[in-house]
Design a protein around this ligand. Structure first.
Ligand code: AMP
Ligand code: ZN
Ligand code: FE
Ligand code: FE
Length: 289
């Protein structure tokens, strides 16, 4: 790290209202300015729709923007979230594939609502879609719609009574495999990073994911204690993985905004760029052949 980089920090895990966050791109970037972030990455679930407006707002604010997404995948029965960074936003295969997962999400909302109706909870899918107003709706939108309709008292109550895994309105989500997610990110010139490994504590899947080409691991996350971050820094070293970190801010949907609460030293962003350059060169060689 050189002297100029000493104070530069990034937050590489952020959501907007293009998935289940509450902030618009402009609001998110305004918060990033307050936090004096040098760089930020947008990682909305299964979509990159928010990337262009966020890039524009970042340009105005003088903040470096990193295009990203968070894909939900599966490895050996474990749900794994995979962050894709510095992907080509125009890549047709990438857009087509994530489009399928957006449809999966929309159909799942209909199924969740159907189960709620069977439980005599009179919510309509259209209410959820209107509230979500995005292509990648999820359970948090159902929870908000339930609160808005006065059918539950809080978001927590919605998850506890209905939406959590194995609760009566829970519907499993069809997921791609971790290696499919990694390949999809690579073929669009991006870098694949395992998100918040400390949340799932499924370390046993890491070697297989490394074998599939995983590039990095999110060592720093709001829900990682110092000891947990340290543990994953050691894993990163053992498997030669890039180190990333981010707050996983969803705006105000989870209390106070988390943006900037994880401050990743900029040297890690430089390494991310270097890997992306390698991945882009490889994508041109392998995937356009
Ligand atoms: P989905 O992608 O539709 O399965 O929804 C996942 C989102 O729901 C993530 O952003 C989680 O943070 C949120 N979530 C999952 N479980 C809970 C819970 N028990 N309480 C509040 N939010 C939750
Ligand atoms: Zn989310
Ligand atoms: Fe996640
Ligand atoms: Fe996230």
């Amino acid at each position: 790290m050189n002297a100029i980089d000493a104070g530069r920090v990034a937050d590489l895990h952020l959501h907007t209202y293009f998935s289940d966050g509450t902030y618009s791109p402009e609001e998110l970037v305004a918060q990033a300015e307050c936090q004096a972030l040098h760089a930020l990455a947008l990682t909305d679930h299964d979509t990159v729709e928010g990337c262009l407006p966020t890039a524009k707002a970042c340009q105005t604010a003088g903040i470096e923007f990193i295009a990203g997404t968070e894909l939900t995948a599966e490895q050996d029965g474990h749900e794994i979230h995979i962050l894709g960074y510095l992907i080509d936003l125009q890549n047709p295969k990438f857009l087509k594939e994530i489009g399928k997962f957006q449809s999966v999400r929309q159909n799942r909302i209909r199924e969740i609502v159907q189960r709620l109706n069977e439980l005599n909870v009179p919510l309509q899918a259209e209410e959820v879609f209107a509230l979500a107003n995005c292509r990648a709706p999820g359970r948090p939108h159902v929870a908000r719609a339930l609160v808005q309709a006065g059918l539950v008292g809080s978001l927590d109550e919605a998850f506890e009574r209905f939406l959590k895994k194995n609760r009566p309105a829970w519907v499993p989500k069809f997921k791609m495999s971790a290696s499919e997610a990694t390949d999809l990110i690579h073929q669009s010139g991006g870098v694949a990073v395992m998100a918040h490994p400390g949340l799932n504590r499924s370390d046993e899947v890491i070697p297989a994911m490394v074998e599939s080409g995983l590039d990095g691991i999110e060592c720093f996350h709001t829900k990682h204690s110092t000891a947990v971050s340290e543990h994953y820094l050691q894993i990163a070293e053992r498997f030669h993985l890039l180190v990333t970190g981010g707050s996983d801010c969803h705006g105000l949907s989870k209390g106070r905004p988390l943006i900037g609460s994880v401050r990743l030293p900029y040297e890690h962003v430089e390494k991310l760029h270097a890997r992306a350059a390698e991945r882009k060169a490889a994508a041109v060689r392998h995937f356009s052949a």
